[in-house]
Design a protein around this ligand. Sequence first.
Ligand code: ATP
Ligand code: AH0
Length: 369
Amino acid sequence: MEAKEGLRTVVGLMSGTSMDGIDAALLRTDGRDRVEALDFLTIPYDDGFRTRLRGCLGKSDVSGGPVAEVERDLTDAHADAVRRLLDKAGVAAAEVELIGFHGHTIHHEPDRRLTCQIGDGARLAAATGIAVVNDLRSADVAAGGQGAPLVPLFHRALAHGLPRPLAVLNIGGVANVSWIGPEPVGGEAEVVACDTGPGNALIDDWMLRHGLGRFDAGGALAAAGRVDDAALAALMAHPYFGRPAPKSLDRDAFDPAPVAGLSPQDGAATLTAFTAASVASVVPHLPASPVHWLVCGGGRHNATLMAMLADRLGVPVLPADTVGWDGDALEAQAFGYLAVRSRLGLPLSLPATTGVPVPMPGGVFHPVG
Ligand SMILES: Nc1ncnc2c1ncn2[C@@H]1O[C@H](COP(=O)(O)OP(=O)(O)OP(=O)(O)O)[C@@H](O)[C@H]1O
Ligand SMILES: CC(=O)N[C@H]1[C@@H]2OC[C@@H](O2)[C@@H](O)[C@@H]1O[C@H](C)C(=O)O
């Protein structure tokens, strides 16, 4: 075990459900309440690899065969991302203590105690010469938790001094919220979290299906359409939205059939409204209404979605960048932070963030050599 005090220089790596690429962040953190962001980059996947990755979704058997080949190539792409990040930052691998390696979720069914992130920790440690912590969700799921979301404790670490209650909303392929309560003197604020519903994944799939690109840039297509209220009501009838937090989702949990017959514009508008309405539907499940929302993840670049969120939530909804955070880097930074917590034996999740029975440490350590 490493020293209990002090900042460590670490890398965090995330391959998110939108399958856009690898986010790699360099930071210094004590795994508690100190975080200094140093650098960040994204390495996009090419279309061929994205198709292979998509082909792994829903599978949980990684041994041998095509999933094992994708896992190997995914790991090597992460090693390359680490090299490029350190080159960009002018930092030597020897100066980095640890990599937090999320891997890529190909299957997530916590109610059956199943979650699977592909990514070979030992191979990444050997390729980079830096120790790795991976498999950060399994311990939580094995103990009966949702295994997600895991970023809430990182959000709390960043949130000192901001107005409370605060909601930090990540809009990736799936969307998740961290509710952070008032800051007690000398104590830690209450955190409640869950996945709210779809983020961008259904919108991205819609754009691809209509040959209109990989995502709705700026929300322009949605802005040109009309929300179909009946289709939206059908989408919102899913039982997930009535369930209390904590709760989590797999990427493809929702069937977009209700929008199937709509024009490209109206479908985009309705799916964008679905994301906004599902975020708003979580508010009654929170301990108190947030006084403002900070939005991170790629969905904050979708102006139509941001406007729909502001409309439905009725309080300020701002990109997280407005308080000095890098809204693209946050998830990758979180996995560097969580890797340090893993080495310190600190919890990665709490009963109110994943439903795990007790505060839960986790992660698997892979030393170099
Ligand atoms: N300029 C833009 N306009 C609209 N949407 C955008 C823009 N840029 C990115 N996005 C959306 O953001 C998505 C990527 O977001 P992000 O990288 O946060 O997701 P992720 O980390 O892969 O997912 P998750 O958080 O679920 O793991 C893209 O797929 C796209 O839908
Ligand atoms: C199982 C899984 O990989 N879940 C992801 C996904 O993407 C967003 C949302 O669903 C969140 O629950 C989680 O990722 C973030 C990083 C988290 O664990 O906090």
